[in-house]
Design a protein. Structure first.
Length: 360
């Protein structure tokens, strides 16, 4: 066992179904490690931060939380949010606090169509569809710049200003990330999402940087599409997509649309990457905390397990990541589907099927 590669992973289940899917993902990862013949193992440390922690302490995470997390190889996150805690407090107090302070500027959200899962897109029945949304994760519309003022003037007089931040450096690094990713895919194409016809400063800068960066990648096909037109393209011409790069807000919305087209938000995986590896990266399913089904064993763990596969790839275990993806496909193809996919399987049923698929 002396040659075992050990990874320190911080688990933050947080709220609602996040607890259930992180537990499922950990069980699958530990089963994968147990079958590796001692090649690798995970050293987990779980942190009970989230809305319950906020109710007790007035904080979403410990005061020294970022200092503690910095020492881990990766962070495995569940979902944040619960009734009684305003969403902007829960999000900014935990998830965004980690993403922004650890400069996790590349958010990667694959859109995968799985066997046995019915898509609302008729085209998915006979067309190979597979694309990935690359989201600028550090600035843009979610930079947190602005404020609320003038409420003292009386009812109806308050003004709120929310400013989007676009920097040339921020645009360039996410675009180069997208182009480099496109070079690893069968279809070498990057689609840039913009709204420069109406947002004449930030999005025009975005367009200018995209054109400049594209010149360094002559082997990669490009297009620039307005966000409203791209929404339609996701539905009408998804076979024309490979890598979609967009700002924080645009990519957030479009990636949810892509996951819905694939069958459910419960399938959607994501990675919040600090590509320079100065800080740990964080891996999480895209779905929310789903208070309506929390604690009932109904949550779909596939998004969390897909996120775990992305974590394995980041940790230098691409073959193990591929094994997880194969197990996911085998499970859905066998018709072992949770309620969000039209099935009757529980979280535990899917977790067991995934583990069985890893060890046939």
């Amino acid at each position: 066992m002396s040659g075992t590669q050990r990874f320190r992973i911080a688990a933050i289940p947080a709220d609602g179904v996040g607890r259930e899917v992180v537990a499922a993902g950990r069980e699958v990862l530990d089963a994968l490690a147990a079958g590796s013949g001692g090649a690798f193992a995970f050293d987990w440390q779980e942190f009970g931060w989230g809305c319950e922690y906020y109710a007790r302490t007035g904080r979403m995470m410990a005061e020294d939380g970022l200092t503690v997390l910095k020492e881990f190889d990766a962070i495995y996150f569940g979902a944040v949010g619960w009734p009684g805690v305003p969403d902007h407090i829960s999000l900014w107090g935990l998830r965004l606090a980690i993403c922004q302070n650890f400069d996790q500027w590349a958010n990667v959200r694959p859109v995968r169509f799985l066997p046995g899962v019915r898509s609302p897109l008729r085209k998915a029945d006979d067309t190979e569809l597979d694309w990935v949304v690359v989201r600028e994760n550090s600035e843009g519309e979610y930079a947190g710049l602005g404020g609320r003022n003038l409420s003292a003037r009386g009812p109806g007089c308050e003004v709120a200003v929310q400013s989007a931040l676009f920097t040339e450096a921020g645009c360039e690094r996410i675009m180069r990330f997208a182009f480099d990713l496109a070079r690893t895919r069968t279809r070498r194409k990057v689609s840039s999402v913009t709204k420069s016809n109406a947002q004449q400063y930030g999005m025009v800068l975005w367009d200018d940087v995209f054109r400049r960066v594209a010149r360094d990648y002559p082997d990669v096909e490009t297009e620039s599409v307005l966000v409203d037109a791209m929404s339609a393209k996701f539905v009408l011409r998804p076979e024309d997509l490979s890598v979609v790069v967009a700002s924080n807000l645009h990519a957030d919305i479009l990636s949810d649309l892509g996951s819905a087209l694939a069958g459910s938000l419960g399938l959607a995986a994501s990675a919040n990457l600090n590509p320079e590896r100065r800080f740990p990266s964080m891996f999480e399913p895209v779905h929310g905390s789903a208070p309506d089904i929390a604690g009932q064993g109904l949550a779909n763990p596939i998004g969390a397990v897909g996120s775990a596969a992305m974590m394995l790839g980041h940790l230098g275990l691409p073959e193990q990541a591929a094994r997880l993806h194969t197990a996911i496909e085998a499970t859905t193809a066998a018709g072992i589907l949770t309620r969000d996919l039209g099935g009757a399987a529980s979280t535990e049923d899917v977790t067991k099927a995934l583990i069985d698929a890893l060890n046939p």
